[in-house]
Write a protein that binds this ligand. Structure first.
Ligand SMILES: [Zn+2]
Length: 280
């Protein structure tokens, strides 16, 4: 069963990688005829960013771990693991099955941040949705901060710590049940409760992935923030974009910088926060 799941996962990865290879090279880059802003002119770039937002009516935001770090949630990949393992091994499907107690020891302390609150990036996106300018937020984060800020259409590619299900009867449990369990959280029926989070070795939910692809292919502006775009599926997803403006907001360079209309290497909360200023 595990082997089969891994095979499916690998097949899916290969498929997306193939799409990436097919669509990404030169032709795609030339299409964009990049109009990258020169670094240093921060004020000019922010003004350009606000103009783009003004000129857009179907925005998609695609975000990674960097969106949540400003809310005090560290990127778990930068955290140390336990028992001589790296985080990616500790939150894998096979480790959950073989060592659920150790899995939860790591998961409870390094993946759940009940005190975290939305920052200006989350708030600005909720505000844009309220104004009718957003198609959706697509996120790789599992913290639920976009919904906490008020966003309604959120595609959670990797699931959410706020949803947990009994593996035997399917009963739903919220995050407090996980936090209040000393070891492996169990259901009243005796079954093990599993987070609705995509673990390593597990495939993404295809309906969420398809909705994300549809939104990216239909939006007029794609804002990518807080992700280095180095890993699957982020790298492949943005190749479905064929709208007007591609904006990248990330502190370090990404492989997609050359395709972008605007690249801003600043804190995402600070940049997105400028959108909120018109609210006052
Ligand atoms: Zn149950």
């Amino acid at each position: 069963m595990k082997q089969r799941e891994e095979n499916v996962n690998i097949k899916e990865k290969n498929r997306v990688f193939l799409l990436f290879i097919l669509y990404n090279p030169l032709g795609f880059m030339l299409q964009y005829n990049a109009k990258i802003s020169v670094l240093g002119g921060e004020k000019g770039m922010i003004n350009r960013f606000l103009e783009i937002i003004e000129d857009s009516s179907r925005i998609v935001f695609f975000g990674g771990a960097g969106v949540s770090t400003e809310s005090g949630i560290p990127d778990f990949r930068g955290e140390g693991g336990l028992y001589g393992l790296v985080p990616e091994q500790m939150i894998s499907h096979s480790y959950f099955v073989s060592h659920p107690d150790r899995f939860y020891e790591f998961y409870r302390t390094k993946m759940i941040y009940p005190e975290a609150r939305p920052n200006n990036a989350h708030k600005a996106l909720a505000y844009l949705e309220e104004k009718g300018k957003m198609l959706s937020v697509i996120t790789q984060n599992i913290d639920g901060l976009h919904q906490q800020a008020g966003s309604k259409t959120v595609r959670e590619l990797h699931g959410s710590v706020h949803r947990n299900y009994c593996m035997r009867c399917g009963k739903f449990y919220d995050v407090t049940h996980i936090l209040n369990s000393d070891t492996v959280p169990v259901c009243e029926c005796g079954g093990t409760v599993k987070p609705d989070v995509v673990l390593y070795e597990e495939p993404l939910d295809s309906s969420i992935l398809n909705a994300a692809i549809r939104d990216i292919s239909e939006c007029d502006t794609l804002i990518v923030g807080g992700t280095s775009l180095a890993v699957y599926p982020a790298a492949g997803l943005i190749n479905y974009f064929c709208g007007k403006y591609l904006v990248l907001i990330n502190k370090s360079p990404t492989p997609a910088d050359r395709m972008a209309d605007l690249v801003i290497r600043e804190n995402i909360g600070e940049v997105m926060g400028k959108i909120l200023q018109e609210k006052k």
